[in-house]
Structures are given as structure tokens and as C-alpha cells.
Design a binder for this molecule. Structure first.
Ligand SMILES: Nc1ncnc2c1ncn2[C@@H]1O[C@H](COP(=O)(O)OP(=O)(O)OP(=O)(O)O)[C@@H](O)[C@H]1O
Ligand SMILES: Nc1ncnc2c1ncn2[C@@H]1O[C@H](COP(=O)(O)OP(=O)(O)OP(=O)(O)O)[C@@H](O)[C@H]1O
Ligand SMILES: [Mg+2]
Ligand SMILES: [Mg+2]
Lengths: 165, 168, 165, 168
């Protein structure tokens, strides 16, 4: 298992250093083993340098930068070992408009290798989905779902009113 | 293996049977605060073998059974069925010949549980083992819960190792 | 101090049960002491029932419902003991559009008793501010601020482009 | 007491001096991810007496001094000044006769600190005591950090008591 861990670590690190600059439009990021001589127990450290900034501890990064760095790593792992689906619950909540666009474009691309399910309040992310399920509580306390093909409905208020409390 | 359909009945706020079909590409789930979006995530984790009620925001497992609303009484049973399509990849050996695989989990208010794979009774262990090899096991990187996206960045180095190990 | 704690608890509880239904458009919420006989050490339990739902543990509430319940309690405390300012950093991130509107209307009302500073990515919240400070990094890694009086600038793309990365 | 002005120089990403004037009503702070909005919150907590670098997302207190960018070298000093207007309410007795109260905090890279109230040197204790009675002390309910809004709801009952006590 030592061998397999090392191979997975190397492959994920390579992908991570490719995905990060695509989500951040520049910069670089990589992983390091805290103890390379002890592959069975070593921890994994994350280094990330957004474009134009000096390398600093990830604790000093902003809320949105941390979310985007985490997303880059999750996508990198996904590219190495795709699983039947990926479910993201309001991962775009801390992101600004420009980063929401980059994030949802990347999700669309990733959805070519497996299915993506994205829960969001962000119209920009909704517009980039292939299909939408609206969850409503017309009878208070009881959830129902409404299926909407995104291409059919413009995301006008009619979806808005359908979704209103 | 591809996720095809999720049927939820009596689980959390889903008092009436609800069916969600997952086509290829990106499926968006939207709706006002408190309407039941994250409950869908909990239903998915539960049918895949989640054994800790706290990971489903409850104190005990019965908390996942519909507890009533101002107009409806509580129910006695929660049932979730997940249908997967077999596209040849990531399917454990003994199920390789099935075109579709249906996993069902039921919980009665008296505490009894039932588990089925393709309508044949099985144990919880069979379900968790089925999902373990696919990367979607209940701890994996393929379900990111609300508010937890940055946790992999804020975790300790030893905890991050576990995530890499699951993908090895 | 026993006396003062009891008075503050009673006053905050009263306000909390008024603010909650305004933010949720109905429902009810209240506080209880875990051990009323020991005022010096007793903990405080929160009960909240959104409109149309049965009373349940607050752990089962959704992300947005928890944020709105917490905001109701913070505003209630604020009404009992106003302080020179209140600073909210992306508190509206988990809220849907209808709740963002209710939240920012309430902030506007509260700002009559003391100043509010609200950090947000939400255009609806920006539009309800009296003045805006844009923080930008024209030189990467170095923050500068740009002052915008909301009434003057329509929140069109010119603010958007000013703020772009 | 009303908050009037905040001057930041050499603190975190604010390499150049920046002045934020707070008029009455609601002041919105906006901008892209990572541009420095939450750093303003950290500057405010720091000048009000925050002593734990971890609460400012750093490991040690020197982490709050501008550390350089791709085009600029690191600085040797961070300085933040908060100006408050005295409107008669919530002002501690010994400062009641001042129309404005200016609180300044400086930190040099060699670890030396300086504190001033209205340009006269004082100790950190004087600053924390000044703010304690106003409800904005560093632990209070008047600053809600990013991602922490629901913490009062998710906290243990004993921890919630502390928040009520501060308002008593
Ligand atoms: N066993 C149960 N019976 C009935 N209702 C339940 C049960 N468990 C949870 N709920 C209800 O489900 C609601 C939470 O739903 P959920 O967390 O899915 O909302 P959401 O759509 O994700 O909202 P948000 O956008 O705020 O995250 C709560 O209001 C809660 O009362
Ligand atoms: N001592 C320092 N010197 C230079 N830059 C620093 C220092 N400390 C923090 N920073 C930078 O400040 C940035 C974080 O800023 P901040 O957290 O204020 O962003 P934000 O505007 O709140 O973003 P978001 O919308 O994502 O929350 C980081 O990119 C970090 O590199
Ligand atoms: Mg949710
Ligand atoms: Mg921030």
C-alpha cells in the first residue's frame, strides 16, 4: 500500500498543480509530504500562491481563496479516481461573481467524465446546469420537487415565483 | 457506474414520495432556504450506508423519519432507493452482470432496519462494501456538504492523508 | 450579577421572540435556561420554529435557517445593549434572495440605532447600503479602497469593472 | 460613542496607507475574493486589543505586518488608528470630556509594540479596558467574522451564556 499511496500522491499533486492556475487564472499550488521517509504515516501539506501574491501560509488566505483552493484539490482527486458522481452543496457561496463563473465552467467540463450534482442559490451557476430540480414547500414543512430543463425555461421570475417560499 | 435515479419517501421533509432522475451532465438543485435541498444530500448519504446520525444533522437515527408538519402527522417509516446504471466501470465483481443496481434502505420508527440490493434482502455491510470500492463511500471526496468545502484545506496534514489514501 | 444576568436574559428573550418572526415572516422562537435554579452557571438553550413547521431540534435546521436564527439573536442582543457599531462579514452568504432582502431591510432599520458595516458579495445587499467602500488590488497583493456613494452610482457594471480582479 | 474613521498602514495587505470614513447608516464593503475585505475586520479587532494571532488568522503576531507582494518588499511596521466620536453614550468616565477619541496600535517586526490613546502613550490594558465597557470588546456580539454567523446557534448552552453575560 506504500507503493499505491506514493503513486496516488504523485498523480494528484500533478493534477492539482494544473487545476489551481485554471481556477485562479494564474499562480501555483502543490502538495508536499510532511515526512517523505515514512510513507505509511506521513501527513500532506498544501502550498498555494494566488497570482501576484507572495507565498504565505494557507491560514492567511481569504474565505473565497480557501474555497477555490479546496475545490481545485477535490477536482484533482476526482480526475485521478473518478467516482460515479460528485455532489457539491453550496460550494459557490463564498465566491465572487468572476470566480463563480470560473467554477461553474470547470464543473461543466468535469461533468464530461462523471455526473455532477450542484446545490446553489447562485443564478450564474443555475444557468450553466443541464437540468434543474426545484425543491419547494408549497405545503409548509413538506418538500416536493419540480423538474425544469434549463434550455426550456429562461431563468426569469417564473422559476423565481415557482420557487418562492 | 452512473447514478440514475433517487427515490425518497418519508425521509426528513419528504413526506410524499419524490423521484429525482439524474441525466448526464450537471444537475442543479435549487430552492428557498429550508425547503429540503440538503435533505437530498442526507438521503443519498444514508442510502449509501451512513451509520452516524450526527453526520445527518440528527441526534439519533429516528430523526431522519418524517416528524410531521403543522398539517401532517409524523410517519412511521423512511425509505430511500438509489438506482445506478452499470457502464462497466467501478462495479464490484459480483454485480458486474446487472444492467442496473438498485440499493434500498428502510428504517421503521420502532428501530427496525431493512436493506436490499436489487430487491433482495442484504445486510448494511453489503451496502457499505458495495460503495467502498467506487470512491463514493460515506467519507469520500465525492460529497461536499454545505459549509464544508474549505475543511480539506483547514484540516491537519494527517487527516488530508486519508483523503489521498481513499483515492489510491 | 445574578440579578443583572436574569434581567438581561429576560429582556433579550423578549426581543428575540419579536425579531425572529419578522425575519422569518412568521413562526416563533425563544430562549430557555438549562437550569433556572442556578442562575450563576445555567446555560442557554435556543428554540426556533420556522413558519409551518413543527418544532424540532435546531441541529435539523437548514444552513440558511440557522444563519437567520443566529442573526435574529444577534440583533435582539444589539437592541438591548447597542454598541458603537456592528460589523457583519458575509452573513448573507447562505441566504436565498427573499431572505437577503429581509435581512438587509432589517439592517437598514437597525442602522438607525448604531452604525452597521456589512461585507457582502450580494448585489441586493450592496444596493441597500448608504455608502460603499470597494476594496481592490490593482497592484496584485496590495489593497486599496475606493469610496462610492450608493445613491450616485447605479450598481451597474462600472462598479463591477472597478472591482474586478 | 460612534465609529468615525479607520486608518490602516502596513497591516496585512494594506501596504499603502488607507483611510475609511464611516458615516451614519450602513457602510457596505465590497470587492473580489482575496482583495482585503476581511483584513479590514482583522485591523479593527487588532486595534481594539486582540491579543491572539490565531483570531487574526495568523500563527504569530508578526503575521499581521505586510509581508510583501510580487512587486514590493515586506514592511517593518504595522499601524492602525481608530477614531471614535463621543456622543455621550457608552464612553468610559475618564474620556468623557473628549470630543473624539483616537486609539492607535503599532507593531514592529522586531516585536516591539506601541499603544496610544489620543496620541498619548498607554498600555494594551488601557485599550482593552476602554473597549470592554462599550460592548465591542474583542469577544463580543458586535463583530461577526466570516463563516461564523451560525456559531452562536451551534455553540453549547454554557458558551451561549457568555454572550448574554456580556450584554448584561
Ligand atoms: N425528520 C424530519 N421531519 C420533518 N422535517 C424535517 C426532518 N428533518 C429535517 N426536517 C426539515 O428540513 C428542513 C431543512 O432542510 P434542508 O437542510 O434540506 O434545507 P435547504 O434546502 O438545504 O436550505 P438552505 O438553502 O438554507 O441550506 C428543516 O427546516 C427541518 O425542519
Ligand atoms: N501580512 C500580510 N502581508 C501581505 N498580504 C497578506 C498578509 N496577511 C494576509 N494577506 C493577504 O490578504 C489576503 C486575504 O484577504 P481577505 O481575507 O481580507 O480577503 P477578502 O476580501 O475577505 O476575500 P473573500 O471575499 O474571499 O472573503 C490573502 O490573499 C493574503 O495573502
Ligand atoms: Mg442546505
Ligand atoms: Mg473575507
Amino acid at each position: 500500500t506504500k507503493q499505491r499511496f506514493e503513486e496516488a500522491f504523485r498523480a494528484i499533486n500533478e493534477r492539482f498543480s494544473q487545476v489551481f492556475p485554471r481556477l485562479f487564472r494564474g499562480g501555483k499550488a502543490w502538495l508536499e509530504l510532511t515526512d517523505p521517509n515514512d510513507l505509511l504515516n506521513s501527513g500532506v501539506e498544501i502550498f498555494a500562491q494566488p497570482p501576484g501574491k507572495k507565498l504565505a501560509s494557507i491560514a492567511l488566505m481569504s474565505g473565497g481563496e480557501k474555497a477555490l483552493t479546496a475545490t481545485s484539490l477535490i477536482f484533482a482527486i476526482f480526475l485521478i479516481k473518478p467516482s460515479p458522481f460528485c455532489l457539491l452543496d453550496e460550494v459557490d457561496a463564498p465566491l465572487d461573481e468572476a470566480n463563480v463563473d470560473r467554477f461553474s465552467l470547470m464543473v461543466q467540463e468535469m461533468s464530461k467524465i462523471s455526473q455532477f450534482i450542484v446545490i446553489t442559490h447562485n443564478r450564474r451557476t443555475m444557468e450553466k446546469s443541464d437540468q434543474l430540480y426545484g425543491v419547494t414547500m408549497e405545503q409548509p414543512g413538506i418538500s416536493k420537487t419540480v423538474h425544469v430543463r434549463v434550455k426550456e425555461a429562461s431563468l426569469s421570475t417564473n422559476l423565481g415565483s415557482e420557487m418562492a417560499y | 457506474m452512473r447514478i440514475k435515479k433517487l427515490e425518497i419517501f418519508g425521509f426528513k421533509s419528504f413526506a410524499d414520495r419524490v423521484v429525482i432522475n439524474f441525466d448526464a451532465g450537471v444537475t442543479g438543485i435549487v430552492g428557498p432556504n429550508g425547503c429540503g435541498k440538503s435533505n437530498v444530500v442526507d438521503a443519498l448519504r444514508w442510502v449509501m450506508g451512513e451509520q452516524n446520525a450526527k453526520h445527518l444533522r440528527g441526534d439519533q437515527m429516528q430523526d431522519i423519519i418524517f416528524n410531521g408538519s403543522q398539517t401532517r402527522g409524523a410517519m412511521g417509516l423512511a425509505e430511500v432507493t438509489l438506482t445506478l446504471e452499470n457502464d462497466g466501470q467501478l462495479v464490484p465483481q459480483e454485480y458486474a452482470h446487472f444492467e442496473e443496481i438498485e440499493v434500498t434502505r428502510r428504517l421503521y420508527r420502532n428501530g427496525n432496519s431493512e436493506y436490499e440490493i436489487n430487491k433482495r434482502e442484504c445486510r448494511l455491510r453489503d451496502i457499505t462494501e458495495f460503495f467502498l470500492g467506487t470512491g463514493v463511500g460515506t467519507k469520500a471526496y465525492s460529497i461536499i456538504e454545505q459549509g464544508r468545502v474549505s475543511s480539506i484545506v483547514q484540516a491537519k496534514p494527517e487527516e488530508r492523508r486519508q483523503i489521498i489514501e481513499e483515492a489510491a
